[in-house]
Design a protein around this ligand. Structure first.
Ligand code: PMP
Length: 442
């Protein structure tokens, strides 16, 4: 093993064992825990020569870092004794009041008592699933849906079923039909998980008209709605639509996050739930992590009370709008016939579907060779769907990189298309057969 010449006294990092002696000992639920396609991609896509249209990282470089540094110092100097102490599992009451103010922008009238702070909205997904889902219970999701939500539901051995979407979000008739079918089968459906604004990965938004129909259907079937809304304030055009929770306080668990409007580094999200559910979530949070980071909550709280955060979100929206426009213009002018893609009004993602016979997962190693990365569509389904689709994110790369990334991507798609045509309509790239694990990337 070589020693790093810059640090001659440092022990070389251990490689760790590759043999798993506990393979027969894991709980059944651990079988559902598999690395997501996005995670497998991060290592390769972060190489500087690769234009990554894969990750969903917000562009935090636009933040007022100096001001945040001052806030950190002030919290230590003025509130250190509290900030560096244990807190509660429900979260700082001051921050919970401020969170209610943020939710007010989405039409929600909430009491701070019904809010629980979470470690990103990801922890809220985990807690809600922990509290509601027994192995085999059905969880309904949009098709496609957020990959890490799938992983969370799978980790609790949920039976994940998808409901179709189009450019206006989930299709109410499909939701009704699925619920009727599952009731006839005697299946227990625990909740309907939806990302109504600028959905991850499809970029589409549930229309106002459909929101009331979805509410009506779920209420009639006694079905809880899990509304995950990390992107709602990142709107680049059109009028905001009130959250599902705004009209149905008893029927919806609403999840929010500061990850996209401030920074994912603080890991501060929240759930707003009917009081009885909130009490269960707090108990589940207590056993998961005892208490939140008091320090991070106080920094975020002070940011909200001392920085014009609404203006900051407007600045973010200007930046992201330009990136979205750049991606859509590049797709409009370069994508081959037979491809389709969504036109998000906000958020981070475009969902593109390629001509018949192409396979985005099998095509990925070739794309990375051509120095562009995306996320193949299959990762966003619990079933074997999404082979022709991909998620393209425009949040992180600069506009000129987005243009270059799409140019490279279209080059790969065109060469796949001509290979497909040469080999008689069978995608060469899908010659690996089934929907197996993510291929090893070069
Ligand atoms: N839900 C959705 C739809 C997301 O896209 C993300 C982040 N990619 C999350 C939840 C989790 O976000 P966080 O834990 O950072 O709040």
């Amino acid at each position: 093993m070589s020693v790093d010449p810059r640090e001659p006294h440092r022990k070389p990092a251990s490689q760790g064992s590759r043999i798993d002696p506990y393979v027969g000992a894991y709980a059944a639920r651990a079988q559902g825990m598999v690395a997501s396609e996005v995670r497998a991609l991060f290592a390769v896509a972060s190489r500087p020569e690769v234009v990554s249209l894969a990750g969903g990282m917000p562009n935090v470089s636009a933040l007022p870092l100096e001001h945040i540094g001052e806030i950190v110092q002030q919290v230590v100097a003025e509130q250190g004794a509290t900030a560096l102490q244990y807190g509660s599992a429900q979260g700082d009451p001051v921050l919970r009041e401020q969170i209610c103010e943020v939710m007010g922008l989405e039409g929600i009238d909430a009491a701070a008592d019904d809010v629980i702070v979470t470690v990103g909205s990801q922890q809220a997904l985990d807690l809600v699933t922990r509290v509601f889902v027994d192995p085999g219970d059905v969880v309904l999701c949009e098709a496609p849906t957020y990959v890490t939500a799938i992983n969370t539901f799978a980790a609790f051995q949920a039976d994940i079923r998808h409901v179709g979407m189009d450019e206006d979000g989930v299709i109410p008739e499909a939701l009704e039909e699925t619920l009727v079918r599952l009731a006839a089968e005697g299946r227990r459906v625990k909740f309907f998980y939806t990302v109504p604004n600028f959905q991850n990965p499809a970029g589409v938004t549930l229309s106002a008209e459909r929101r009331s129909r979805v509410q009506e259907i779920c209420a009639r079937h006694g079905l809880l709605v899990l509304e995950d809304n990390p992107y709602g304030l990142l709107r680049y055009e059109g009028e905001p639509i009130p959250a599902l929770r705004a009209d149905a306080p008893d029927n919806v668990i609403y999840l929010g996050s500061f990850s996209k409007t401030l920074s994912p580094g603080f890991r501060i999200g929240w759930a707003l739930a009917p009081s009885s559910v909130r009490a269960k979530l707090v108990l589940a949070a207590e056993s998961a992590m005892l208490s939140h980071s008091t320090f991070n909550q106080m920094v975020v709280g002070r940011y909200l009370s001392t920085h014009p955060w609404r203006e900051q979100i407007k600045d973010f929206n200007e930046m992201y709008r330009e990136r979205r426009d750049t991606m859509l213009t590049a797709l409009d002018s370069l994508m081959p016939a037979g491809s389709t893609w969504t036109r998000p009004q906000g958020g981070f993602f475009v969902w593109a579907t390629l001509p018949e016979g192409l396979d985005t997962k099998a095509m990925l190693p070739r794309a990375v060779n051509e120095r562009v990365a995306y996320v193949p569509g299959t990762g966003f389904y619990a079933s074997d769907e999404g082979r022709r689709s991909m998620r393209l994110s425009f949040c992180y790369p600069a506009p000129e990189q987005i243009r270059e990334g799409i140019r490279r991507l279209v080059g790969v798609i065109k060469s796949e298309t001509s290979l497909r045509d040469t080999f008689g309509g069978v995608s060469v790239a899908s010659a690996d057969g089934g929907n197996g694990p993510t291929p090893d990337l070069p």
